[in-house]
Write a protein that binds this ligand. Structure first.
Ligand code: MN
Length: 132
């Protein structure tokens, strides 16, 4: 079954409630199937129950941080190719390299520009579909 991009399921891992509201509002406004998790641990639990087309992962999280969470997901063959966008405040060069090294698909910088975020998600999901 071909899924329209608007029905794609997106998991957002973010501990800041105001940022989470912004993600929820922005993604639901575009028709995406939004689910939030306020920690990596909560995200792992949700992932046991359902599948997603893309994950937005905050890097700075209490407990397991975003980089470690992505490393763990990439070690699991089910999530080896899942698009995962890191969401982070303007990172210094060295940190950006370590974020990329964790296996993320791309970096989205905070503060979030909603238009750029939606464009990045659309182009990612379109490229996934064209790969079949
Ligand atoms: Mn955070």
């Amino acid at each position: 079954m071909i899924k329209t991009r608007e029905s794609a399921a997106i998991l957002v891992v973010e501990d800041n409630p105001d940022n989470m509201k912004l993600f929820a509002w922005t993604l639901e406004d575009q028709g995406y199937d939004f689910q939030g998790a306020d920690s990596a641990e909560a995200a792992f639990e949700i992932l046991q129950r359902r599948r997603f087309d893309l994950i937005l992962m905050d890097i700075s999280l209490p407990g397991i941080d975003g980089k470690e969470a992505v490393r763990r997901l990439r070690d699991d063959s089910r999530y080896a190719d899942l698009p995962i966008f890191a969401v982070t405040a303007h990172a210094i060069k060295g940190e950006e390299e370590s974020i990329r090294a964790s296996g993320i698909t791309r970096i989205v910088t905070k503060p979030i520009d909603e238009d750029l975020l939606i464009e990045a998600i659309r182009s990612q999901l379109e490229s996934e579909r064209s790969l079949g």
